[in-house]
Design a binder for this molecule. Structure first.
Ligand code: PAF
Length: 285
């Protein structure tokens, strides 16, 4: 079983040794509660790197005051087993004091252009917390490449923007969303759903598929595609929509017209009971 490392110095030592022997360093940052989706991220990292580092840190600065920080699932032993089986070499499990030696409100990284719409509209400080912890983790691990999931679509765009703007020497690899048989995107939060909610939650992917089919069938009016998303999700009475959006896949600018030469993405967020789920699908492929 992999031994979790808590100290920055030990992580840096292992990374330096790997680099010294000519190995590429790959990194998969996570908040634990790992599932099949994370397995794919680690496997992809394994395929591309000679040293695979996974971090497990439930980052407090990306949770809002009324969010699920204290109840966020913590399953370290299972997570270590999964990391091992997926091919990780090293698992960094820092404490809060290690990551934030001066407390939670010291230096922050802001990516304003991508932080305040969609997920950021109802979670105002969320992306500031994400960008800050990811840059701190990059500084600790100094990876050559980092692997993120497409499921957190806005997050991976924001990390790409931060990497570009701050000249961070990390290659970003984005892995397609892993889904359950009925299409529900895998997420650590799915474990909060009871069986009826779990069944209802699959409407999100069905709605995204209807949206994509309508574009494939010639629909170019982004508002009509939003209506398809909205109406499909509204059929499931236990699912409460937060937002649906049809946006430019690179800038997240809201679209009026869908043009096949400009990649478009549909994004949805909804509450199923007290669990908030998100999903997305590229419409123009
Ligand atoms: O996607 C996540 O699990 C988190 O947002 C991340 C990237 C590990 C930062 O805490």
């Amino acid at each position: 079983m992999l031994e979790p490392l808590e100290s920055i110095a030990r992580v840096r030592e292992a990374v330096a040794a790997a680099r010294g022997s000519g190995r590429r360093v790959g990194f998969v940052p996570t908040m634990g509660a790992l599932h099949e989706g994370h397995t794919r991220l680690i496997e992809r990292c394994r395929a591309e790197a000679g040293l695979v580092v996974v971090s497990i840190f439930v980052n407090p600065t990306q949770f809002g005051p009324n969010e699920d920080l204290t109840h966020y699932p913590r399953t370290l032993l299972e997570d270590l087993r999964r990391c091992d089986a997926a091919g990780a070499d090293l698992v960094f499990v820092p404490t809060e004091a290690t990551i934030y030696p001066r407390g939670r409100s010291a230096t922050f990284v802001e990516v304003p252009g991508l932080s305040h719409m969609l997920e950021g509209a109802s979670r105002p400080d969320h992306f500031r917390g994400v960008a800050t912890v990811v840059l701190a983790l990059f500084e600790i691990v100094r990876p050559d490449l980092a692997v993120f999931g497409q499921k957190d679509y806005q997050q991976q765009l924001l990390i790409r923007r931060m990497i570009e703007d701050l000249h961070v020497p990390v290659e970003l690899v984005v892995v397609p969303t892993v889904r359950e048989q009925d299409g529900l995107a895998m997420s650590s939060r799915n474990r909060y759903l009871d069986p009826a909610q779990r069944k209802a939650a699959s409407v999100l992917f069905r709605a995204l598929q209807h949206a994509r089919d309508s574009v494939a069938g010639g629909e170019r009016d982004a508002n009509r595609v939003r209506q398809i998303l909205d109406r499909t999700i509204s059929l499931e009475l236990s699912v409460k929509l937060d937002y649906v959006e049809v946006a430019d896949a690179n800038s997240l600018e809201s679209l009026v017209v869908i043009e096949l030469e400009r990649r478009a993405v549909a994004l949805v967020a909804a509450w199923v009971g007290s669990t908030r789920l998100i999903d997305n699908l590229i419409l123009t492929e």
